[in-house]
Every structure is written in C-alpha cells, then in structure tokens.
Design a protein around this ligand. Structure first.
Ligand code: MN
Length: 718
C-alpha cells in the first residue's frame, strides 16, 4: 500500500493530494480514498515532466478538478476519473491500463471525457455544434462524464489568465454558450454561477469591472436596510417558534448583467432588490414560513411561485415570493428545506451524495436521464450537428433565437428579432449601413423575423443610413437605440446646415452676412431667445420654428435695419442639392425632379418641403406667402428622384414586361407599378420610377412611347 506523501509539495498554499484525501475521508470509505491516491500516483507518473502554461506541474490541474467534484460529494469513481481525465489525451497511457488499474467504469469515464476534447473541426459553427453533440452523447452514456468535464472546464476558467487574449475569449464564449447552460440544465447551480462569472469577466473585462465596482459601492448604501429587514425576519421567525437559517443573498454579476442587457433595466432597478433565503427542516414548515412572511410584509400579487409542488425541469424545488419591504423596496424570498437547498446547489450531482436513498433525488436523476433520452432521440432525427444544436439550444434557452453569420458564428438574439436586429448585433456600422439581407442565400425584406438555425447575410453600402421605418419592427434594445441616435444627430445636423443657408440668404437682404455679425450682438440675441448656442438658433431656423428674416433683421447692423424695402427682389434663391433628407423633403404630391421650377415651403417645426411651382397645393394658396421660399436646384445633381408616370397601353400579352424592360434599359429603376383596367381594350400602367432629372425623364418617356403597344405616356402629379 502506498503512503500518502507529497513529492511536489513545495508550495504550502496549493491544494495538494493530501488535502483532497482529507476532504474525501469525510464521506468516502478508507478503501475508496486509497483508490483516489493510487490514481494520483498513476497520473503524476503519466504527466511527469509536463507543465501547465502557468509553469506548475500538470498534476495540479486534475487534482483541482477532483476537488471541485469532491465539494459536490461525488462518488470515488468520478473522483478517480477526474484525476485521470487528461491521461489518455495527453500521455501515451492506454485505456487498457486504466481498465486493469481502476476498472472498466473509470476507464469509460476517462475515455468519454477524452473524446469530448479530441475532436477536430472545419468551421467554428460546426465545431461548437459537434462539441455539443458529443457532449450530449457522452452524457447519455453516463452523466458523470459531463460532471468531470464541467469540473475540468471550471478549473481551466479559474486559471484562464495565463492564456493569450484571443484564446481566452474563445474559451470564455464557449463556456457561456455551452457549459454554463448545461450546468444549469443539470441543476448544478454552484458550478453554473462560477462558470458564468468567470466567462463574463474574461469575455467582457471592462463591463465586468464597471459592474463589480457599482455593486461594491451600492452594497455599502444598502447595508442598513438589509440589516433592518434581516432582523425583522429573524425576530418574527423566532416568535413563531420556527427552526431555520436565514441568509441574505446577492445576484451574481453575470445574472445582473444579463438582466440589465436583456430587459434594458438600469443597474439600480436590477440591483435594488433585497433577496433572502429561508432554509427550514421540512416541507410543511416551508408553507408555514411563507405564511409568516406574507404576514410580515405584503406580497406583490401574482409573484408567488410554488416550485415545491411543481419542480423546475432541472429538479429545483423552492417557494418564491416577492414582498413590499420597508421604504418600498422589493424583497425576494426563497423558502425551502435543507435537502432542497443542497439539490439547488448541486443538482444532478446530489444523486451520488444520497446514493439513491432519497426518492426525490432519484426522481430528479430520472428526470435528467429522461431529458437526455429526449435529446438522444432528437439527435437521431436531426440531419446534422448544426440542426441538433439548434434543437438543443431551443431547449436550453426557449426565449432566444439562434442564427448563424456567413462565417458560421452563432448569434443569439431575442425572440422576434428581425434582420435589422441581427445587423446591429453584428456591429453598429453594419446596422447603420444595411441595405439588404439574405437568409439562407435568399434575398428577404429587412423586416423579416428570424428563425432558429438560419444563416443571415447582411448587404451594406457605404453612405447608406438607417431608416426611421425600422423602429416599427426592431425588437432589440441595441438596434432601437442606434436608429434613434442616428436620426436625432442627422436631423440636427441637417437643420443646422439648412438654417445657416436660410439665415445667410436673409442676411443678404441687409447687404451683410453672418460672418460680419459681432459676437456680442449674437450673444445678446441668443439670450433674448433663451437659446444656448448659435447652432441651437440655426436649428430653430432650419426647422421653421423661427423665420430667418426676423433673425436677420435682429442681427443686421441698425443702419441697415430698414434696407429691406423690397425683400423678395433682393433675396437670392436658396440652392438645394438633392441629397437633403429629413429637414428638407421632397413632396410626394408633385414629386419634383431637377429641372422642375420649384418652391420651398417652411412648415413650423418640420423643416422645409419642396414642391414644383405648378403643384396644385401651391397654386391653391394653401400656404401663406411668407412661408414660401424661392429655391433652385444646384447644377449637376446626380441623385435619383422618384417620379410618377402613367402609360396607357393596348391590352396585349407581355406589354407590361416590354415597357418595364425599356424603362430599365433607359437606366431608370421601377420602384412600384400598379395596373388600372380601362375599357377592356387598354390598360393604364402606373409606374413610380427613378430619374436623375427632367432630361433623363424625357429620354425614358421617348423610349417608352416608341413601343407600338403604347398609346400614351404622361407624367402624373398627385
Ligand atoms: Mn483537463
């Protein structure tokens, strides 16, 4: 028999095999602990000379993994497998040696864990999907395989600091995407929480730090309230003669982060919840304790959940309720028995602790097996790993939709997310310049709602802008805030630009210019108007809230004050460039195009609308003359403008296609087409098409007119 000594015990603070054995002695037989020690000797020899990136002997890693499992009080075979978990993969030691040394069960476990690690992949998506599939298959054979794998991953996450940043991020993402959800599904809360926080810290170090600091500061502020509530609860529980532990608890950082991100709540809203757990001896006592709590503080209606009567899918049992606390703070209480509390922390792992003696634990283990069996069935039906992953993820995160980028990266989006949400999830710039999208290589409208497993490709164009219409269908906070932000900035910039030109033009009347205005005069005027900056003034003018002429009058030197005997004769027309968007808009009633004589109409607070001079809305004197501004087109505008055209054609087969082709050949795009039947002999085709200017339109119309079936073509207005 080997004696327990530590050949590598140069560092006192390190967790050693002797520490592990001491821990195991508290719940395993002497013989079983000896097996673990033998495994250690075997592993230490196999890994002899190997070091981890941190420089320490390799054997420390499997010992640390075994410790995690010992804390969950797993059986000795799992502990032995944990110590040997990297032996097949990293050393020449064959599976047969493990069979003869430690038995077939342990060898199977070690083999299962090795297989999970040994897979080579083509693309990242395939890698993740395949990894996931293997993991599920391994779990189906023996759940302990995944427990060892989780312990392995947890220790790797704890020691992630030594990796290169890029590798660190990849491992962190995989941990959050795959390992933490599996730990959650198996109810191993302690492992899940730590995996999530370590993954969060490695993937978003900055966000982690900010949140950590915020929590640290807030903790100080709430200490008093917390103590007060805790004392009140303790006193009442004692008065009622109840035996139990009362613990205050805090949400871990990743769950705070997720709540803030997904529900777009502020830190205060998420953090300012006081959470307590009451752990009692029996189920009956749970319900009594609940009654006492509801009597002490009023419950929030509709927030009580009985997970004792109806356990969660992962076996979790507890009573949950939310109460109105003192100062109006919400209090969250969880009430459960000691057994339930243990299961809530260790989930499926509790099966080995209680060695099937408890019915509940057995049921839970059976539940987990049932879930795995369903997954196995899914896997035989699924076409490939990706499809399988899609199904499993659906099961693990029912509120999310998973899609792929063309590079195979998996993107998680909220339920109901559209192509635009996806584009913004990829990058703000991608969202801002998105003009089209393909789902599984087919072009789709931008409002299309995404479904699990689709591959989404975004087409962007330099200089493209988000459309305000997107706000009516996007669901993610990121997309919404980016579109709003863009609109706001753009509108203001445009209004400043238009306001400057209008003011300059009005100053011309007084034979002066904005540059010649003294700073003192400008500041006095801003004060009069209760405005902060010159830009605010220009925005007001551009948006039509303040007539440019009045501002010019106030700014012009007094000796020019009355020079405007014949304003309109002196004013130069305002030049429009065609690229105006939100502050200067082109009227849909007459659809002006370059070459048309045009007029600008200032509408209070909404900027300027451009009409043709012949537009019915202008002729009717609908707008007061002082709101109408003389405008003219800048020469050489190259934008495209929509225009409406009516084409009367003989009712012949194929004539629409013919007309459409001719329009296209004349470098014009058809935006819309409608057909009005006239008398059975002819039809009226109503096109909205784009042209650069009047000459271009004339060329298009000439070409269309030359089609024999075309009877008449006219530009229509309104
Ligand atoms: Mn390992």
């Amino acid at each position: 028999m080997a004696t327990r000594s530590d050949t590598a015990a140069e560092n006192g603070s390190r967790f050693l095999i002797s520490d592990l054995c001491k821990m195991l002695e508290s719940y395993l037989d002497e013989e079983q602990v000896q097996d673990v020690y033998r495994a250690y000797l075997f592993g230490a020899e196999a890994h002899e000379g190997q070091h981890r990136l941190s420089g320490e002997p390799y054997i420390y890693h499997p010992i640390a993994a075994a410790r995690i499992l010992a804390e969950l009080r797993l059986d000795h075979k799992t502990i032995v497998a944990a110590i040997l978990h990297d032996v097949i993969e990293d050393t020449p030691t064959a599976k047969e040696q493990i069979v003869s040394g430690f038995g077939a069960d342990v060898a199977e476990l070690v083999d299962g864990v090795s297989k999970l690690t040994q897979i080579e992949f083509e693309s990242p998506a395939e890698a993740q999907a395949e990894n996931f599939r293997k993991m599920i298959l391994a779990m189906v054979r023996d759940i302990r395989v995944i427990l060892v794998k989780l312990a392995d991953r947890l220790h790797n996450m704890r020691t992630l600091g030594v990796m290169r940043p890029e590798k660190r991020r990849r491992i962190a993402r995989e941990t959050l995407d795959i390992y933490a959800p599996i730990a959650n599904r198996l109810g191993i809360n302690a492992v899940r929480v730590e995996l999530e926080d370590l993954g969060f810290a490695a993937l978003y170090p900055l966000r982690y730090k900010v949140l950590e600091k915020a929590v640290h500061e807030a903790r100080g502020h709430r200490k008093e309230v917390l103590n007060k509530i805790e004392t009140a609860i303790k006193r009442r529980v004692q008065q009622e003669g109840l035996q139990g532990r009362i613990l205050s608890r805090e949400k871990h950082l990743y769950s705070l982060y997720r709540k803030i991100r997904d529900k777009t709540l502020s830190f205060e809203e998420v953090y300012d919840v006081y959470a307590f757990r009451i752990v009692v001896d029996e189920i009956d006592t749970c319900y009594r304790a609940l009654g006492i709590m509801h009597n002490l503080f009023k419950p929030v209606p509709g927030k009580f959940k009985d997970y004792i009567a109806i356990p969660k899918a992962n076996g979790y049992q507890s009573l949950h309720s939310i109460l109105f606390g003192p100062y109006g703070v919400p209090i969250e209480v969880q009430i459960r028995t000691e057994d339930m509390d243990k299961i809530a922390e260790s989930g499926v792992a509790a099966h080995w602790v209680y060695k099937s003696s408890e019915e509940k634990v057995d049921q839970m283990h059976a539940g987990a097996r049932e879930w795995l069996r369903e997954l196995l069935e899914m896997q035989t039906h699924a076409g490939d790993s990706l499809e399988f992953l899609e199904n499993v993820k659906l099961d693990l995160f029912p509120d999310a939709v998973y899609v792929f980028t063309p590079a195979g990266e998996i993107m998680k989006l909220p339920h109901g997310a559209t192509v635009i949400d996806f584009a913004y999830a990829v990058h703000t710039d991608v969202g801002d310049t998105c003009i089209a999208a393909k789902i599984d290589r087919q072009l789709v409208p931008l409002r299309t709602v995404l479904r699990n497993g689709q591959t989404v490709e975004i087409v962007t164009a330099a200089g493209a802008h988000p459309s305000p219409a997107w706000l009516s269908f996007v669901v993610s906070a990121k997309a919404r805030s980016n579109i709003r932000h863009y609109q706001k900035n753009l509108k203001r910039e445009e209004a400043i630009e238009l306001g400057r030109r209008m003011l300059e033009r009005a100053m011309g009347v007084f034979e002066t210019s904005v540059d010649q205005v003294s700073g003192k005069r400008l500041r006095a005027l801003l004060k009069d108007y209760h405005l902060k900056t010159e830009e605010d003034l220009l925005v007001d003018i551009g948006m039509g809230r303040r007539p440019s002429v009045l501002v010019a009058q106030a700014l012009a030197p007094t000796d020019h004050g009355n020079a405007s005997s014949d304003e309109t004769a002196v004013q130069q027309p305002l030049v429009i460039k065609g690229s105006e968007g939100m502050v200067t808009r082109f009227s849909k009633c007459c659809r002006p195009i370059p070459g048309d004589p045009v007029v600008g109409v200032i509408t209070g607070g909404r900027g300027m609308m451009i009409h043709t001079q012949t537009c019915r809305n202008i002729a009717d004197d609908k707008y007061p003359a002082e709101n109408c501004i003389d405008v003219q087109w800048e020469p050489g505008i190259d934008e495209e403008f929509p225009v409406e055209v009516s084409v009367i054609v003989e009712d012949r087969r194929g004539v629409l296609a013919r007309v459409a082709t001719v329009i296209g050949d004349a470098d014009s795009n058809i935006e819309n087409v409608g057909i009005e039947e006239r008398d059975g002999l002819s039809n009226n085709l109503l096109f909205t098409l784009t042209v650069h200017n009047r000459q271009h339109l004339a060329r298009v119309m000439r070409r269309v007119r030359s089609i024999p079936a075309v009877i008449k073509i006219t530009r229509t207005k309104g």
